[in-house]
Design a protein around this ligand. Structure first.
Ligand SMILES: CC(C)(COP(=O)(O)OP(=O)(O)OC[C@H]1O[C@@H](n2cnc3c(N)ncnc32)[C@H](O)[C@@H]1OP(=O)(O)O)[C@@H](O)C(=O)NCCC(=O)NCCS
Length: 179
């Protein structure tokens, strides 16, 4: 049987300068296109779940972005509250030309700061980048140790049957930025 396949054009991101100064700030609606393409770039490589424009507009208040001094969005992260004591770090992406400069760490610490400000005692993420999260104090946990709420997006995930993602969690010490 013939299988219908739709070939999507490969994502090409704007050129950015390594080491250019960056600012971490809350996302604005005008950032949605840049966030969309950055996430889609990594989603096509199988590292992230693609996010629609609709999802990004509806959840824009969850997002923070890193904007460089040339006005380019070079990183993004979202903190999505799931319950009174738990939030998920989602949509974490760094521009491929800016990896390894500490921007991913900065984004996660930014999401953790928001979590602390909200009074959340713990944050978790689904990820394939376990080493990265471990370096930030996260521990691998079992799916069963997390409340059913964390499965909220699994039904819509194309990898539902073959999920490779690992759950990592961090207990936040109140007031300690990065701790
Ligand atoms: C994963 C990602 C966010 C990391 O961001 P980054 O800016 O490249 O990482 P940083 O420079 O902040 O690295 C922080 C630390 O993590 C380590 N690290 C980074 N990526 C790592 C990896 N894949 N495995 C193990 N350690 C890693 C770094 O060596 C560094 O450790 P150090 O402080 O001891 O030197 C980024 O590479 C990315 O966007 N990847 C593709 C999309 C993706 O997988 N997103 C995560 C979805 S949950």
């Amino acid at each position: 049987m013939l299988e219908a396949r739709i070939e999507l054009p490969t994502v090409s991101l704007p050129e950015v300068r390594r080491q250019a100064g960056v600012e971490l700030r809350k996302a604005r609606l005008s950032d949605v296109d840049a966030i969309y393409w950055l996430i889609r770039y990594w989603a096509e490589k199988g590292l992230m779940l693609v996010r629609s424009h609709s999802h990004l507009y509806e959840n824009i208040r969850d997002f923070q972005v890193l904007e460089d001094e040339d006005g380019q969005i070079v990183g993004t992260v979202a903190l999505h509250v799931l319950w009174r004591d738990l939030a998920e770090i989602r949509g974490l992406a760094v521009h491929p030309n800016r990896q390894g400069e500490g921007l991913g760490r900065w984004l996660v610490l930014g999401a953790e700061r928001e979590a602390r400000d909200l009074g959340l005692p713990r944050v978790f993420a689904w990820t394939l980048q376990v080493g990265f999260f471990r370096s930030l104090g996260y521990q691998v946990t079992t799916r069963e140790a997390l409340p059913p709420k964390v499965w909220s997006e699994c039904n819509a995930c194309p990898f539902y049957e073959n999920c490779r993602e690992i759950a990592v969690i961090k207990h936040l010490s109140p007031g300690a930025f990065g701790g």
